[in-house]
Write a protein that binds this ligand. Structure first.
Ligand code: GDP
Length: 207
């Protein structure tokens, strides 16, 4: 019960016309895929990463409606969008170790994690790495597939996906399926690939 009081989130339901428009724009029928996968079940996707990585931009880009920041009663913001049976929840990691125990409220029943990295933020890549590997140790996220987005690939001098993979020792991730994708959340480039990969994995895991 405690979690219900701690978690402050706002769900947004879109009308059918908006949904159809979004699907057309996206170029693939995300809800159909997820709908077939988890007909009556809710799909929980966590979108995590350091602040400024591009998480909100990603949600806007996908046009899942208005993204609202909740009032940070416990010192952290949670942004949440409910889209048909897909529940996207998103928060900033890093520098908040004292409230880390509360994040566990969000972990149970998570189907997939999207971890967004600012490829141009070389200074904080180590922090992103630490946060990622802490997440991977969480019991409630055991075996949950993770799509790692090397975002901001349009920024000159940014790290490539291979460089990020090497610097963050991603090949050390052995306890789940993972993949890294080059993305530009600002334009939407690469997001389709990441979502297609995730849905493919979830589909396989279901059967
Ligand atoms: P969040 O804190 O992770 O939610 O990050 P935001 O989505 O708020 O993005 C932080 C800043 O990075 C904003 O100024 C965005 O416009 C910018 N941004 C996000 N994605 C990209 C990208 O792919 N390329 C570039 N150049 N800027 C981006």
């Amino acid at each position: 019960m405690e979690c219900y009081f701690i978690i402050n989130y706002i769900n947004y339901n879109l009308n059918i016309k908006t949904i159809i428009k979004i699907f057309k724009k996206m170029g693939f029928i995300l809800s159909k895929i997820f709908g077939d996968l988890f007909s009556n079940q809710e799909v929980r996707l966590l979108i995590l990463g350091l602040d400024n990585a591009g998480k909100t931009t990603l949600l806007y880009q996908m046009q899942f409606g208005e993204v609202k920041v909740t009032v940070p009663t416990l010192g952290f913001n949670v942004e949440s969008v409910k889209y048909e049976n897909i529940n996207f929840q998103m928060w900033d990691l890093g520098g908040q170790s004292e409230i880390r125990p509360y994040w566990r409220c969000y972990y149970p029943k998570t189907n997939a994690v999207i971890f967004v990295i600012d490829s141009s933020d070389k200074e904080r890549l180590d922090i992103a790495k630490q946060e990622l590997f802490l997440l991977l140790q969480e019991d409630d996220l055991k075996g949950v597939p993770i799509a790692i987005l090397a975002n901001k690939q349009d920024v000159e001098g940014c790290l490539s996906d291979a460089q990020i993979s090497e610097n963050m020792a991603l090949t050390d991730i052995k306890n789940r399926q993972w993949a890294i994708f080059k993305t530009i959340a600002k334009t939407g480039k690469g997001l389709d690939d990441a979502f297609k990969w995730l849905t493919g994995i979830l589909k396989n895991n279901q059967s």
